[in-house]
Design a protein around this ligand. Sequence first.
Ligand SMILES: Nc1ncnc2c1ncn2[C@@H]1O[C@H](COP(=O)(O)OP(=O)(O)OP(=O)(O)O)[C@@H](O)[C@H]1O
Ligand SMILES: [Mg+2]
Length: 233
Amino acid sequence: MINKNFLHYFITGTNTNIGKTIISCALLSEFKKRGISCIGMKPIASGAYLNNKNKIWFNEDVNLLNKYSNSLYEFTKLINPYLFKYPISPYTSSNLENRIINTSHIINCYNYLSNLTDVIILEGIGGFSVPFHDNENSADLAEKLGLPIILVIDLKIGCINNALLSLEAINSRGLKLIGWVANHTQIVDTLFANENYIELTKYLNVTPLGRIPYLYNLNINLISHYLDFSSLF
Ligand SMILES: Nc1ncnc2c1ncn2[C@@H]1O[C@H](COP(=O)(O)OP(=O)(O)OP(=O)(O)O)[C@@H](O)[C@H]1O
Ligand SMILES: [Mg+2]
């Protein structure tokens, strides 16, 4: 098997709804293309929908990650140990459902999956530091996992502050930011976005893995076209 520590990544973002899933899928599809077995893990997902055919609750992120990886359906409970009904914060959704998010359980699922595959792309929830309950948050989970971090940044106003705060939090956990992706989830002024990109490149001091423009017809192949993951292999 390939060196796991090298090929397992934690994908976080400067916020929710920023492109973590689509970029995770692009990364998975790159590994798959190279014949490397890979699983996309989404330990906590908020927003469940009932599949009317098989009467099973599903989450769109989990489905997408499964689609672009070698995930097996029977491992869904390990890939996504916590699925909450409402698309709201894990703190509130877990409270509503009376289910406590246990990071040790997530680590156990991760360890089990690690024995089945060479690559795990683990998508975080929201930004880097999202409360699970009064004693733990997503940064605690990232610290326990100890994986290299990839940060997704939406190049919109305020992104430099968001990126630098995320970097500070990542560093304070003793974790390593090994790459970042600039994304455009909306159309913004090009000159302004270019300046932000240059500034971010300077301050983050880590390889940018690419810059994705706003795409009217988004698909994973097209996204891959804007990304260069060669520094990760
Ligand atoms: N470059 C882009 N061009 C157009 N649409 C985009 C782009 N990047 C992301 N999107 C859209 O923005 C939405 C959010 O993307 P995505 O689901 O990957 O974000 P996320 O960070 O994983 O969100 P969450 O925090 O809910 O997990 C999706 O509908 C996606 O298709
Ligand atoms: Mg997502």
